[in-house]
Design a protein around this ligand. Structure first.
Ligand code: ATP
Ligand code: MG
Length: 778
């Protein structure tokens, strides 16, 4: 560094500097992973603010996750202080929700609209498919939902689909009806699904130029990170936002800002996009690399800057990444390089099972941690969420602090969705999905027949289900049912009155206690229900934290925030935990040490990708994304057998492994894998290349590893095993089902979090979570 001590330009290379200082209509930065794209974007924003060229309110920065947005806001704040307040740094979805909440009433929606997540849309589609008997044609909530999503990402709607479809194809006709009903239900529920948030904003802008003009005038600088993953709807949104405002619209809107152009129009915003086509991993969701390729055509006069120096990883890691990605066709060859030196070799590991692989990961993490690397600087990646099970089981038993990003997210748990449905029913009484969800949760004797009766009353009277609850006294239900409905209806009214002035946490507490939701879980005999009750308490804690951070936040604001929480948002660097996440979630992040697990055929490349055009190439980009997250230490691991869908199957090494040059990687293997009967052992020592697969290994069928047959503690609830009361103290001898006998060195922590530090006679030192470790005292 040292360019005269300007914190904004210090240490930048000439291309980065040019990108920060560029002033003009359109700038495209294309560059490989870790070359400083996001950093440059951040400094551009800071530069615009510091020089006074833009007010914070005139800047719109789009990131891929809310977490990335928070990080960018913090970094800009770091560079320019309070001047960064009030800036819109957000995801496409959050930006659109803000616009829609403000403008909803202009096009027939109410500001309190609900945002349906994928679980909600599944429930809805399931019912529609059943009503139409469309399952016989092969429709499932999954495939119908994916198709609807794809259409919406192309800015399609029911009408455009109907115009273009083949009317003689019964499949198409059925799909049209599903799509139509789905759309109608969303509208009558005053709800948007995730894809609507973007496409409806585009439609709004196109239909109402004077509303679009408010935003076109306001945002003078639009900056987009991870541009390679924008789909057509998102691309269109950017186009709408950066359009000039024609003179007649300016005149009609009566804007009081001075217009700098001679003809009375307002210039389009300055647009900066940064991206890397090698990291495009959302084609399956409609992301379009052409958006990058065609940028210059779409934005004439655009400047293009290339960055080539990588500041994140060691040369060994970059060489592996370069070698792997060079196997994709149709790409501009670019070679990442660094000045930090080769660094350590990549470590490859072959486990005999998924659990064995997980044990390797856990042991390496402990080793790195002992050497001084914080847990928060380590991450474990996998292709599918199902792979977390083995990892979690081993991590829990090793008392390793970890956090799973995505997966069964907190907000996807049934009890949390129940509690959220109560809140939604208060804010958006039109939302029949929410009302249906809470109607008989907890059980209050309102069965399916009653629900149908209520619904048909609502349909006949052309009113909402919520209204039907109010009118239920006149519907001739028995006294018990009528009483239950009235109690629920009154509770919703009471909560809605409280919501008008009270705190979010008070409203939630009222709903979950008075409805009996928490009590029902508390009194249940199902041991998991206790954990569920605790989750609801956790939700109350979330609302309290929300109130501290957003003193003016309303219930609607809270629900909006929750529905936009993306997988990566739960990530918290300061928390001192190892991060577990899918490769998709890992995009844009960096860690000192990365563990890329399950690098096997069928997983990476995923077997689904084989049928998609461009599928394997996209999987390779995913592998490339994984590799390039690592700063210093990269571990690539796989297993010889893997338990999936309740079966243990032979796993084959991924074809991508052959693309990593031999001299960059050092292979290790578990003793179990070397001994096992399948004949993999020999070759595996030299890397997986020499392996014999099940096809050419006729006497195959090596012995199932012992560990696979045991009952493992349930990772999610931790309820299978409970040593809660086991008294342990330093000096005690214990026996562990896997590690054998050992001596307790110390016990730390309290209650359910007590950890025993044990020196095993054969297996070395381990930390165990006492509550669930498979141990007995001798
Ligand atoms: P990705 O493609 O993975 O999103 P990126 O191109 O956005 O990567 P950044 O995350 O901005 O890259 O930067 C990677 C790392 O390099 C960061 O830790 C950043 O602080 C650092 N970095 C960027 N530019 C420089 C520089 N000129 N000098 C030193 N470090 C830099
Ligand atoms: Mg980035």
């Amino acid at each position: 560094g040292g360019d005269g001590g300007d914190p904004l330009l210090d240490g930048l290379n000439p291309q980065q500097r040019e990108a920060v200082e560029y002033r003009g209509p359109a700038l495209l930065i294309v560059a490989g992973a870790g070359s400083g794209k996001t950093s440059v974007l951040t400094r551009r924003i800071a530069g615009l603010l510091r020089s006074g060229e833009a007010f914070p309110s005139q800047i719109l920065a789009i990131t891929f996750t809310n977490k990335a947005a928070a990080e960018m806001r913090e970094r800009v704040g770091h560079l320019v202080g309070r001047a960064a307040d009030g800036m819109w740094i957000s995801t496409f979805h959050s930006a659109c929700v803000r616009i829609l909440r403000r403008e909803a009433e202009n096009f027939g929606f109410k500001a309190g609209f609900t945002i349906y997540d994928s679980a909600d849309t599944r429930v809805l589609l399931k019912r529609i498919i059943k009503e139409l008997d469309a399952d016989v044609l092969g429709f499932t909530p999954g495939n119908a939902g994916a198709r609807i999503s794809k259409l919406k990402n192309e800015l399609g709607d029911v009408d455009s689909f109907a115009r273009n479809m083949n009317v003689n194809d019964p499949n198409e006709v059925a799909f049209l009806e599903i799509f139509r009903r789905y759309t109608r239900e969303l509208t009558s529920a005053n709800a948007f699904d995730f894809d609507d948030l973007i496409s409806q904003t585009v439609f709004l802008f196109r239909a109402f130029p004077h509303i679009a003009a408010l935003y076109q005038r306001r945002f003078r600088h639009v900056l987009v990170d991870e541009y390679q993953d924008t789909n057509h709807a998102q691309y269109s949104l950017i186009r709408e936002l950066t359009r000039p405002v024609p003179a007649d619209v300016v005149a009609r809107a009566g804007f009081d800002t001075p217009v700098r152009t001679g003809d009375g129009s307002i210039e389009g915003a300055s647009l900066t996009v940064v991206g890397d086509s090698d990291q495009s991993i959302y084609a399956f969701r409609g992301a379009d690399i052409r958006n990058i390729v065609e940028f210059e055509r779409d934005f004439p006069g655009a400047t293009v800057i290339l960055l080539e120096q990588n500041y994140r990883s060691t040369q060994n890691i970059l060489s592996a990444a370069n070698a792997v990605i060079s196997h994709n066709f149709d790409r501009k060859d670019k070679k990442l390089w660094t000045s930090v030196g080769d660094g350590d070799k990549i470590v490859g590991y072959t486990g005999y099972s998924g659990h064995d692989e997980a044990q390797f990961v856990a042991d390496e993490i402990e080793k790195l941690h002992r050497e001084g690397m914080p847990y928060s600087q380590m991450a474990v990646f996998y292709r599918t969420n199902a792979q977390t099970r083995a990892l979690e089981e081993i991590f829990i038993r090793s008392a390793l602090p970890y956090r799973v990003m995505g997966g069964t997210k907190f907000y996807e748990r049934a009890e949390i969705k129940d509690a959220m449905a109560y809140l939604t029913a208060v804010v958006n009484p039109a939302d029949a999905l929410a009302i249906r969800r809470i109607l008989n949760t907890p059980k209050r004797g309102i069965g399916p027949a009653t629900e149908t009766q209520l619904q048909s009353f609502a349909d006949n009277a052309e009113t909402s289900l919520r209204e039907a609850l109010r009118e239920s006294g006149t519907l001739g239900f028995g006294p018990k049912v009528a009483g239950a409905i009235r109690t629920l209806s009154d509770l919703l009214d009471e909560a809605s009155a409280l919501a008008a002035e009270g705190k979010v946490s008070d409203v939630l507490t009222l709903l979950v206690t008075k409805s009996g939701l928490v009590d029902a879980l508390r009194m249940s005999r199902d041991p998991q229900d206790e954990a569920r009750a605790e989750n609801i308490e956790e939700l109350v804690a979330v609302t309290k934290e929300y109130e501290r951070n957003n003193p003016d936040g309303t219930l609607i604001d809270f629900l909006t925030e929750v529905s936009l929480v993306a997988a990566a948002d739960e990530l918290d660097d300061s928390s001192g935990t190892v991060s577990l996440m899918t490769l998709h979630t890992a995009k844009g992040l960096e860690f000192d040490a990365v563990f890329l697990t399950g690098v096997e055929e069928e997983l990476l490349p995923h077997k689904m990708s084989a049928n998609e055009p461009g599928g394997p190439a996209e999987e390779r980009r995913l592998f490339y994304v994984g590799i390039t997250r690592a700063r210093k230490k990269l571990h690539i691991s796989l297993a010889m057998s893997r338990a999936q869908f309740g079966e243990t199957a032979v796993a084959m090494p991924s074809r991508f492994l052959q693309e990593v040059p031999d001299e960059l990687i050092e292979w290790r293997q578990s003793p179990g894998a070397a001994r096992s009967r399948g004949g993999y052992g020999q070759g595996a020592l030299n890397g997986p290349r020499g392996w014999k697969g099940p096809n050419n290994d006729r006497d195959g069928g090596f012995a199932l590893p012992r560990a696979e047959k045991k009952v493992w503690p349930n990772a999610v609830t931790g309820t299978v095993r409970d040593n809660g009361d086991l008294e342990l103290a330093a000096g005690d001898r214990i026996r562990h089902t896997d590690f054998g006998e050992g001596r307790v060195l110390a016990v730390t922590g309290e209650g359910t979090k007590r950890v025993a530090h044990v020196a095993f006679d054969a297996a070395g030192q381990k930390k165990l979570l006492i509550k669930i470790a498979p141990i007995e005292k001798l």
